[in-house]
Design a protein around this ligand. Structure first.
Ligand code: KG4
Ligand code: ZN
Length: 341
């Protein structure tokens, strides 16, 4: 089975071709950062229009790179949600129509399922069951995964998602959008322990997260400082340490609660080097293993959608002829694939 995957849920256009026999054949990725940077965040209407401009040439590009022809494609997977509705509609409409023209099935994929399955694209992929920490610009989820579609959300953010907190704190520190990677780079120059930020919601039971207070804490610390470059770097370091520590504490708790021994990290913040290091150490102490996608597949991409699409299409699932776009969609609503039960 050869599946074309399309991702357009936010500010990245991603296209990829996945072959069940040979793995990932080729992909194309375009980031709209330059379009949105001057506004300090994603402007939904501009995002939709840019996806319209970029998507079809990128489909051709990914097909060319893969060395297949359009006639070889046996299924189309597109991100159906959650995300920005206009942006989703671009990929959903294009994907659904291409599948119809080519006479192959189409499947609408849950964006977070794509992230969650992305480590399956790597060598030595994780086996079920595992604990997934999904950390992106829109989500902070701890999920017990017992098979494809068999997802139990153990913890969620009660306010800002972790990537959102990185981005907002970066703005407070005067870094340009998207702030997460810039803040992480700045934190490398920061002195650990000069400022101490709280570890939100760790001193009470439960697996939920709250990150919006850290952004306010960063703002107040910055205002009270001399606002030197070193202050900025030290605040970045204190923020990153607090976020990473909080996630390590919650993961340790979730592993104890579930008895799981494999941890998967996925989503844009999964590209954060310190988070990877600390969770790697945690899993060494726990005698388990940690798996993550390569950094390029932590952030949004078409490969994860093509892979999730292949798994669902192969199990016989597909959409009707309607175009599916579901901006709000819980992971727990997804159909469970019987092959994994
Ligand atoms: O998964 P993703 O590409 O898009 C969403 O589905 O949201 O995640 C993007 C988020 C942004 O908030 C970005 O700042 C954050 O991931 N991010 C990082 C790093 N790389 C990306 N945050 C911290 N450290 C990084 N290295
Ligand atoms: Zn994402």
């Amino acid at each position: 089975m050869i599946v074309l995957g399309i991702e357009t849920s936010c500010d990245e256009t991603g296209v990829a071709i996945y072959d069940s026999a040979r793995g990932l054949l080729g992909d194309a990725l375009y980031s709209q950062i330059d379009v949105h940077a001057k506004y300090g965040g994603v402007v939904p209407e501009l995002a939709s229009r840019d996806h319209v401009r970029k998507l079809l040439p990128m489909v051709d590009q990914a097909i060319d790179k893969s060395g297949v022809s359009k006639n070889d494609i046996t299924g189309v997977a597109y991100t159906a949600g959650p995300g920005l509705v206009g942006a989703l509609l671009v990929g959903a409409t294009a994907g659904r129509c291409m599948a119809w023209t080519w006479g192959v099935p189409a499947i609408g994929i849950h964006h977070m399922e794509g992230h969650l399955l992305a480590p399956m694209l790597e060598v030595d992929p994780p086996g079920f069951p595992f604990l997934a920490l999904l950390v992106s610009g829109g989500h902070t989820l701890l999920v017990e995964v017992t098979g494809i579609g068999a997802y139990r959300v153990l913890g969620d953010s009660v306010d800002d998602a972790v990537g959102e907190a990185f981005d907002k704190t970066a703005t407070v520190l005067g870094l340009s959008y998207p702030g997460g990677p810039a803040l992480a780079a700045l934190a490398l120059q920061g002195v650990a322990g000069r400022f101490t930020f709280p570890r939100p919601m760790t001193n009470r039971p439960g697996l939920d997260f709250s990150f919006s207070g850290l952004k306010t804490f960063a703002l107040n610390t910055w205002r009270e400082s001399d606002q030197t470059d070193q202050d900025r770097a030290d605040i970045a370091r204190a923020f990153e340490d607090a976020v990473v520590d909080t996630m390590v504490i919650k993961c340790r708790r979730a592993l104890a609660q579930t008895g799981l021994q494999t941890l998967v990290i996925a989503g844009g913040v999964g590209a954060n080097v310190r988070l990877r290091e600390r969770l790697g150490e945690l899993m060494t102490t726990e005698g388990g293993r940690v798996c993550y996608p390569r950094p390029a597949f932590c952030t949004d991409n078409g490969a994860m959608i093509a892979y999730a699409g292949y798994r669902r299409l192969q199990a016989g699932q597909h959409e009707s002829l309607s175009i599916k776009a579901t901006p709000r969609w819980s992971l727990e609503e997804l159909p469970v694939l019987e092959t994994n039960l």
